[in-house]
Design a protein around this ligand. Sequence first.
Ligand SMILES: [Zn+2]
Length: 176
Amino acid sequence: MIMGRLGILRGKEDNLVKDLKESTLSFEKLGKKYGVSRQAIHFFCKKQGIKRLLKPRGHQTEECHLCQKLIQISRRPYSEFISIHTILKETGASKAEYSHHLRILRDRGLVSQRFGKFRSKKLEEAYAIYFTERLQVHTIGRKFGLKNFHAIIRQHRALGYDVPPSRYGRFGCGKN
Ligand SMILES: [Zn+2]
């Protein structure tokens, strides 16, 4: 037998049986732990007829209603400017649930790194107008009581947000 030949496992079989039954450590890792090959562990496990535990599969985003809803929202135009407030309202999620599922989606690259971080409901509304209407930036700012919407836009651009040129300026009839 491999074990007998190697002689390393003698006296440690009980521990190995316990590890095989109660942990999800790979044969390779157990081999390292017990100083034998991966194959030796595999052989031992088979010989003892041990049924191993399945590794937890992790969060299934395709089957998660909240994750799917978040992905949907993130695909809208300018979704990085949708506030957390709005997303919570649309999904009905609690803040804790939201952060948990969003982190999974970000880690797996299923939403952009900036999606779901926007805090200001007021700025969300100001940007919604900025993206769709031909108004001067300061006119929009004034409407929302924002002293310097220009500077805010500059800051967001510097942070990597994709802010298009003002629709007002784009048609060549303003100084934006
Ligand atoms: Zn989820």
